[in-house]
Design a protein around this ligand. Structure first.
Ligand code: SF4
Ligand code: SF4
Length: 361
């Protein structure tokens, strides 16, 4: 496999190191060394030395959720997310992707979402249709919410309605490209999908991104890939926190004690940690998880649940155990994908709520 000199250097730096294993959500959940950054690096270093074939390690390359926990704690500045994404891109270019990843990529290209969903849930269709008229503000629900968690997508719409916001939701919302980026990195097809979405978003003054995956993609990855945006892109949580501060949403604080699960895309990538806390503290008594803010640990990934569902359940179960360990009986998340994976864990010790659940009561 052809890899850049930069990736080779990072791979060789990581391959005999063990210092970030404690933060890896997947490695911690499975208890398997293969799921840590250094094991992935060791496998890729052997591919780079022609001792293994890429096919021998490609499943392992897709067991990483690209959460950046390892990058955040690496005091020497090495970057497993960078070389893992490059390995995915190169495997795609060399036609060495596993069939289960090819199927997801094909769905992204054919239907705009990796799940291959072609029709929205009926209640969501009606909620979206009520906001078909053009306005200055576009609410982007994202593929996870639209295709897999439509009830939460409806709740996001209801929150903005409750605040009296005039906004548009598109029946045929373009994919921002985050799923393609997750699956194959900076491929031409990924950039084309991003550019097409940017063109639509640039027709609005403000774009509110409900899914933290979309927020990270539009606010960070677009710039890295040279995709131009002129609309003001904001996270759903920052937008709602401003509505609260302006008095457009009424705070109604209950005695319910909750902890907040920081989505890594908001906390680590976009440095947004306080806006969700401002919202939650307006409706409940906010406590903290161990490993919070930039040190958060991912609670699951809905896209990965398509091909390693048991592992994603283990990841979510472990984060619920983290909440239970600090005495919490309710966890609030601002990521619709994490919400779905956390909700799918069969357990009754920790209730899982979204920020919309808190606001709508
Ligand atoms: S990212 Fe840093 S801490 Fe983690 S394996 Fe690589 S060198 Fe070690
Ligand atoms: S990016 Fe996240 S899942 Fe991947 S190796 Fe690093 S900590 Fe583990």
């Amino acid at each position: 496999m052809i890899m850049s000199q930069k990736s080779k250097e990072h791979i060789d730096a990581c391959r005999f190191c063990w210092m970030c294993h404690h933060i890896c959500p997947v490695g911690n959940a499975t208890g398997q060394e293969r799921n840590t950054a250094r094991a992935r690096a060791l496998g890729l270093s052997l591919v780079n030395r022609d001792t293994l074939q890429v096919e021998d390690v490609i499943d392992n390359v897709y067991e990483c959720c690209l959460c950046g926990g390892c990058v955040g704690v690496c005091i020497t500045g090495w970057d497993p997310v960078m070389f893992t994404k490059e390995a995915r891109l190169q495997a795609a270019l060399e036609d060495k992707l596993p069939a289960y990843i090819n199927a997801l990529v094909d769905n992204c290209l054919d239907t705009g979402n990796a799940y291959g969903v072609t029709e929205l849930d009926g209640e969501l269709q009606a909620a979206v249709a009520a906001h078909a008229a053009p306005t200055d503000t576009l609410l982007v629900l994202g593929v996870d919410a639209r295709c897999k968690v439509p009830a939460q997508a409806v709740k996001a719409i209801r929150v903005l309605e409750k605040a009296g916001v005039s906004f548009t939701v598109l029946a045929n919302e373009p994919a921002t490209g985050w799923q393609m980026d997750f699956l194959v990195g900076a491929a031409e097809e990924t950039k084309q999908q991003m550019a097409a979405a940017a063109q639509v978003m640039n027709g609005y003054k403000t774009v509110v991104l409900y899914d933290p995956n979309d927020a990270k993609c539009v606010k960070q990855t677009y710039h890295e890939y040279g995709v131009e945006t002129t609309a003001k892109a904001t996270t759903f949580t920052a937008f709602v926190a401003a509505l609260l501060a302006e008095g457009k949403l009424e705070a109604a604080r209950s005695d319910r004690a909750v902890v907040y699960q920081d989505p890594y895309q908001l906390a680590r990538d976009l440095s947004e940690t306080e806006e969700p806390r401002e919202i939650i503290a307006s409706y409940a008594v906010l406590g903290e998880m161990l490993c919070n803010r930039k040190e958060t640990i991912a609670a699951g990934n809905l896209l990965m649940a398509e091909y390693i569902p048991q592992v994603m359940e283990q990841v979510a179960a472990r984060r619920l155990f983290n909440a239970e360990s600090v005495g919490a009986d309710t966890l609030v998340t601002a990521c619709v994908g994490e919400y779905a994976v956390l909700k799918a864990v069969p357990q009754d010790k920790v209730a899982v709520l979204s920020i919309e659940d808190l606001i709508l009561g």
